[in-house]
Design a protein around this ligand. Structure first.
Ligand SMILES: [Zn+2]
Ligand SMILES: [Zn+2]
Length: 309
């Protein structure tokens, strides 16, 4: 069957791609870009730390570094191959059923490259902002997202502490509409590396907010509040959902920056019972006896309101 072939080709193709990538460093090499950006942001953290008493090898530094590599392998597998190929193929077939041949709604290929990148970045980020809200609003999604919120001490590597299901959720929601518009893998790569850089900085131990640009771009001083253990009454599910851009939070009323968040307590209520090691964190959402921790955090939360997506 066609879809089985696509999945099989994706996996075999992926392994030769991965070997090729690691064996041949180049300027469009995701693996080396990720390592390079991680080192760069780490050096910035060490040179100009926000919390000066925070150790360079902070709490869970090695756990989070492991997450970087684990989630890299998974992201490149899922994002670049299996789901996207099958998803796009399925979508093509669906359109064909209705007699629609050309699914390129917008002829973006004729636009200059910089505007293609910008359009893709903005659309992808807005989709992710909505997905991120869902991760906080829906109890079954929150269980997966709790892994990211279990960070107690913030540093760049915390960016990649997230459950592998998040990759699957984010990418399947994000890639399909982008593929419909007609963006290719090359553009996806550039945009992705930019978002990795901004995301690393958002979690880094640096006291930056980019001045006036902080109302457009997410930043460390804003994102630390997203990780606040206690939530304000007006934002019982959380706030500052932005990934690369902060502008969505300002536009839709979910921005929250009451004071300097340098030393606020991070995590979520009940996090003292949350597992500390990788394996248990990955298994956590699938276990039945985790109800206590989830319930603790959702107790204060109200039912979904009508304007939630
Ligand atoms: Zn979150
Ligand atoms: Zn975060």
């Amino acid at each position: 069957m066609k879809y089985i072939d696509i999945i099989r080709d994706s996996f075999t193709g992926y392994f030769s791609y991965l070997l090729e990538e690691i064996a041949n460093p180049s300027f469009t090499n995701y693996f080396y870009w990720l390592v390079g950006l991680s080192l760069l942001v780490w050096i910035i953290e060490i040179a100009i730390p926000w919390r000066k008493n925070q150790k360079i090898f902070r709490r869970d530094f090695w756990l989070d570094s492991f997450y970087i590599f684990f989630n890299f392998f998974l992201f490149s597998l899922v994002g670049y191959n299996a789901i996207s190929n099958v998803g796009v193929e399925l979508f093509n077939d669906l359109l064909n059923v209705f007699g629609i041949e050309n699914l390129v709604a917008l002829k973006v290929q004729n636009f200059p490259v910089w505007s293609q990148l910008l359009i893709m970045l903005v659309i992808a980020d807005f989709i992710q902002w909505n997905v991120h809200r869902q991760l906080h609003l829906r109890p079954w999604l929150w269980k997966f997202h709790q892994v990211h919120h279990s960070v107690k001490e913030m540093g760049f590597a915390a960016h990649f502490r997230f459950h592998f299901m998040e990759t699957i959720i984010y990418k399947s929601v994000q890639y399909i509409p982008l593929a419909m518009i007609g963006f290719g893998i090359q553009e996806f790569f550039v945009v992705h590396m930019f978002t990795v850089f901004v995301g690393h900085l958002n979690h880094a131990n640096v006291g930056w907010n980019y001045g006036i640009f902080g109302y457009i771009f997410n930043n460390p001083k804003m994102h630390i509040w997203h990780h606040s253990r206690s939530l304000p009454k007006e934002h019982p599910h959380g706030m500052n959902y932005g990934i690369t851009f902060s502008i969505w939070d300002y536009l839709f009323g979910t921005a929250y920056l009451p004071k300097d968040g340098k030393d606020i307590e991070l995590g979520f209520e009940g996090d003292e019972d949350f597992p500390a090691d990788f394996k248990e964190q990955v298994l956590f959402p699938f276990k039945k006896d985790n109800k206590k921790i989830v319930a603790l955090n959702l107790e204060k939360k109200e039912p979904l309101d009508s304007n939630s997506f």
